[in-house]
Design a protein around this ligand. Structure first.
Ligand code: SF4
Length: 318
């Protein structure tokens, strides 16, 4: 899958050049998520994680590539077909302050998808919403049903957003940094809630995060994204035990550890992630890589399976 966004040219640029420029937000990636799995996409800001999530949910269209859900090609689904699909694929956004309509009461906000998908309305809708409020820990549910989002804390708002995503009994959830704007003390409880709901509702997650420690805690598999490309992918325990890509190694070395004795030396990356408009030639990570060799500036490495299920895109592993 690819997603390139065209860059608007200034008047002068239009006169000087005909060449179009693109932000290559997602640049040829392939992966699969098994039923019941938690698959994490990790990387810095600007790596293409959120764009990937939106593409999979068909909130934006890919420049090229295909998306399959439960064996069905959904890439070109439109209208009624797409509306029906949305019941089974939901999203939880990072910021519960902007993802909830401030003029909609909590009960209304959670019940709204039930009406859109013609699952329930009236008393039945209220009953389902109250049950869901209890499930996400907003109890007694009656007290939360008729209040507005601005009467809630950040953690409670995110519980409402989770309830709204789960109310249609989806099969697949894209969770886009669901705990990063919540107070640190509440993060573990929200993650625990999401994992409990996953078991209860038999969900699969695509979990988007910049925090490898969070990904380690909740996922079965991890894909590390860098400038729109997957540079390493594999089962979580394998990636942490034996990271191969220099970027993955650097990210893992930056995770804080509770015991200073266990702390390994931090690998410091050079500079910032480059712009996705001017992607470096060869290996896109080479300007920041401390292990680069001659070929790295010339040829882009392909993502290859080094051991069963463990993929890496790096010339150090031919
Ligand atoms: Fe570093 Fe070269 Fe591997 Fe890229 S291909 S990560 S520059 S060693």
């Amino acid at each position: 899958m690819k997603k390139y966004f065209p860059v608007e040219k200034t008047f002068i640029e239009k006169l000087l050049t005909r060449q179009r420029k693109y932000v290559k937000a997602v640049d040829n990636i392939t992966f699969g998520i098994e039923r019941g799995e938690v698959f994490s996409l990790v990387g810095e800001t600007g790596s293409g994680k959120s764009t990937t999530g939106k593409l999979i949910l068909r909130l934006i269209n890919p420049t090229s590539g295909k998306i399959f859900f439960d064996g069905q090609d959904i890439t070109n689904l439109k209208g009624e077909g797409l509306r029906k699909l949305r019941r089974y694929m939901q999203i939880i956004y990072q910021d519960p302050y902007s993802s909830l309509n401030p003029r909609m009461k909590v009960g209304e906000a959670i019940g709204h998808p039930l009406e859109i998908h013609e699952i329930a309305k009236g008393d039945k809708e209220r009953e389902l919403v109250l049950n869901m409020l209890e499930k996400v820990g907003l109890s007694p549910a009656d007290e939360f049903y008729d209040i507005y989002p601005d009467q809630l804390s950040g953690g409670q708002r995110q519980r409402v957003a989770i309830a709204r995503a789960m109310i249609t009994k989806p099969e697949f959830i894209v969770a886009d940094e669901p705990v990063s704007s919540i107070d640190v003390s509440l993060r573990a409880s929200i993650l625990e809630l999401m994992m409990n709901l996953k078991e209860e509702l038999k969900l699969s997650y695509l979990f988007i995060t910049h925090d490898l420690a969070v990904a380690k805690y909740i996922s079965n598999k991890i894909a590390v994204l860098y400038l729109g490309k997957i540079v390493e992918m594999g089962p979580t325990h394998v990636l942490f035990k034996e990271p191969l890509h220099p970027y993955t190694k650097a990210l893992i070395s930056a995770i804080p550890v509770p015991t200073p004795k266990l702390k390994k030396e931090r690998i410091k990356l050079k500079g910032e992630i480059p712009s996705a408009i001017n992607i470096p030639k060869g290996c896109r990570f080479h300007p920041r890589c401390i292990e680069k060799i001659k070929i790295c500036e010339k040829r882009e490495p392909e993502l290859r399976e080094i051991k069963k299920g463990h993929y890496v895109a790096c010339h150090l592993y031919p």
